[in-house]
Design a protein around this ligand. Sequence first.
Ligand SMILES: N[C@@H](CCC(=O)N[C@@H](CSS)C(=O)NCC(=O)O)C(=O)O
Ligand SMILES: [Fe+2]
Length: 271
Amino acid sequence: MLRFCFTTLCASKASPIPLSVSVSKAILKPTRLLFRQLFEKESSTYTYLLADASHPERPALLIDPVDKTVDRDVLLIEQLGLKLVYALNTHVHADHVTGTGLLKSKVPGVKSVISKASGATADLYLEPGDKVHFGDFFLEVRATPGHTKGCVTYVTGDAPDQPQPRMAFTGDAVLIRGCGRTDFQGGSSEQLYKSIHTQICTLPKNTLIYPAHDYRGFTVSTVGEEMEHNPRLTKDEEKFKNIMANLNLPYPKMIDIAVPANMVCGIQSNQ
Ligand SMILES: N[C@@H](CCC(=O)N[C@@H](CSS)C(=O)NCC(=O)O)C(=O)O
Ligand SMILES: [Fe+2]
C-alpha cells in the first residue's frame, strides 16, 4: 500500500500508530479540516478544496478541478493562505476539461493525480488502498469502476484524529439520488452495481457523500440517505442494470474534446 505524504512521496507502509497516541493527539491537538465545495455551472461540476489549516504549511488539495474555474480556485487558495500540493481527479471526465494541467502551470510544485486504472497520464498514479496525505489528514482510495473503468472514490481517513463524520468524494459513481451513466468509457452497469454496494454502501451510514456533479441543486447526502432514497441504489442488480440500459441520455456535449484532453490531465505535455 502506497502512502503519499504532502511534501515527499514515500512508498513505504504506514506505520501503525498506537491507539493511545492517536487518541491523546486528537484530544490535545484539535486538527482543523478546511473544506470548500465549489461549483462550475456549465458542466454542473463540483470541485472540492480540502486543507489542513492547523498545519504550519497549510497543505491543500483539490478534487476534480475544472479548467474554466482554475483562476477562481487559485485565488481562493491564495486568499486562504494555503499551499496547494495535489490536484486529484476521480476519473477521466467526459463533460469538461480537468483543471489539473492548468493548475500545474499556475501553481509551482502541484502534482496531478489520477488512478492507475484510468490509463491517463499524471504525476502520481493511485491504486486501491493508497492514502493521500495532506498535513495530519488523509484520503483513502477506493476503486469504484463502472461509470468508467478507472473511477475512484476518495474517503477521508478512518482514524480517531480524522474528521467525523467521514466524507466520501464519489465522483460519478454515486450522484445524489442517482449514479453515473455506464454507456461509454469502458462503463459497465454490473461493475458499477458491485462498486457501489461493496465500496460505498459499506461505509458508515453517516458518511457524507459529495458527488462530482449535481443537476438538480443538491449539494450533499449521506450513505444512509442514499441507501434509503436513491432510486437506483434501492434496486436489486437486475433492476439496476435494466434502469442503466434504458437511460437514453444524449452524449455529453464536450465528450470528443474532454476525453482526449483528460487522458493527459488537461495540458500535461510541457510541465
Ligand atoms: N448534459 C451534460 C452531460 C450529462 C451527463 O451525461 N452526466 C453524466 C456525468 S458527466 S460524465 C452522468 O453520468 N449522468 C447520469 C445521469 O443519470 O444523469 C453535458 O452534455 O455535458
Ligand atoms: Fe464522468
